[in-house]
Ligand binder design. Structure first.
Ligand SMILES: *Cc1c(COP(=O)(O)O)cnc(C)c1O
Length: 385
């Protein structure tokens, strides 16, 4: 029934399939696929915390005591003391009064944006916001306006018409997920204050990575108190699973009462809440991991640029290697794959047409040998394709 559409995807180099892999024991960067070993350069596990021995040991203890699934949604019997402990930890980590966890970052965006806006609201987003923000906008009843990527004068023009609405919510990624560049948070805060709007930021790729304490871009710029809603995920640098919202008690209580993606799904397993709690202690306490991540990032980025690749505007451990057509991105991914390096091609609609790429992500636990090997292959690839 869908054959024609699938054929069309294949013809346009947009057909997608799953690669099933297994991790080498204890490693978050080395995997096995079809009995061959690969170095992983596409995971969002920036600090290697998905395999951290201290976190795994805590998870084992909590599974022994609490079992596996939580058994129900948060408002029924799915709130344990681990959920509460994690929420208190996130709130203090984000310098907000309260926090609420969701079952994923995707659900957090759906849950926050749909609950805080209604048909009389204005919702304003950056063109390159994450797909979960875009999907939340489709579900929201608010009037939607999109401004070109980081274009603050366009945003100001949209805001100048916002007095007609009961509420205005601006949503932006703090680190953009496909280009690795930063949102202009200082300017966003000024504009939202000038027009009395609410500002929500998505720190999915910033937590654990940016800021002295590793809390994110809002921390690095000292803007936590001037941003109304800070959301993010527990599934990237935090190494487990889940999403969160940190905000004022009013907003959090409203979400508990009104947010359908919070209310109508089974809560996270207690063991994963404990994993994230322990991960946050490590993120705060072991800044050496973050230093190593940035050393690896700066070393790779400098050398990849020197080879002659276009890495766009990246300011983070997300390093795009922009190649243009989907065909070219697929060829490059295959070239690396044949050399035991795993970075799938990212194609439209995930990125704009003509901007197909390899989206390389760096980890604190990539070794010097891992990095040197990658660079030697990229160099050959640049000459050969
Ligand atoms: C990954 C990501 C999400 C979704 O988080 P999950 O926990 O994976 O559902 C949301 N926003 C951004 C910017 C992301 O990169």
């Amino acid at each position: 029934m869908f054959q024609r559409q699938l054929d069309e995807l294949r013809e346009n180099y947009l057909y997608r399939t799953l690669n099933i892999l297994d991790y080498l024991p204890g490693s978050s960067t080395h995997v096995k696929l079809h009995d061959k070993e690969y170095i992983l350069y596409c995971s969002n596990d920036y600090l290697g915390l998905s395999h951290h021995p201290r976190i795994i040991s805590v998870v084992r203890d909590v599974v022994d005591e609490y079992g596996l699934g939580s058994g129900a949604s948060r408002l029924i019997s799915g709130s344990t003391s681990w959920h509460k402990r994690l929420e208190e930890k996130i709130a203090s980590f984000k310098r907000k009064e309260e926090a609420l966890i969701f079952s994923s970052g995707y659900l957090a965006n759906l849950g926050i944006i749909t609950a805080l806006t209604d048909k009389d609201s204005l919702l304003i987003v950056d063109k390159l916001d994450h797909a979960s923000v875009i999907d939340a906008c489709k579900l929201s009843e608010a009037t939607l306006r999109v401004f070109p990527h980081k274009n603050m004068s366009k945003l100001e023009t949209i805001l100048s018409h916002s007095h007609k609405y009961n509420r205005t919510l601006i949503v932006t990624d703090s680190v953009f997920s496909m280009d690795g560049d930063f949102a202009p948070l200082g300017e966003l805060v000024k504009l939202k204050e000038k027009f009395g709007a609410m500002l929500m930021i998505d720190e999915a790729h910033a937590m654990g990575v940016i800021g002295r304490r590793g809390s994110g871009l809002a921390e690095a710029l000292g803007l936590e108190e001037r941003i109304d809603i800070i959301m993010g995920t527990l599934s990237k640098a935090t190494g487990s699973l889940g999403g969160y919202c940190a905000a004022s008690p009013d907003i959090i209580n409203y979400l508990k009462n009104k947010s359908r993606p919070f209310i109508y799904t089974t809560s996270l397993p207690p063991s994963l809440c404990a994993a994230s709690y322990e991960a946050l202690l490590i993120i705060e306490g072991e800044s050496g991991l973050r230093d190593r991540l940035w050393e690896n990032t700066n070393f790779l980025k400098k050398n990849i640029r020197e080879i002659g690749f276009d890495t766009g505007e990246s300011e983070s451990p997300i390093v795009p290697i922009i190649l243009g057509t989907s065909d070219k991105a697929l060829k490059a991914a295959q070239y690396l794959f044949d050399s035991n390096i795993y970075i799938p091609a990212v194609r439209p609609p995930t990125v704009p047409k003509g901007k197909a790429r390899l989206r390389l992500t760096v980890s604190a636990v990539h070794t010097d040998d891992d990095l040197k090997y990658l660079l030697s292959i990229l160099k050959k690839m640049h000459e050969e394709i």
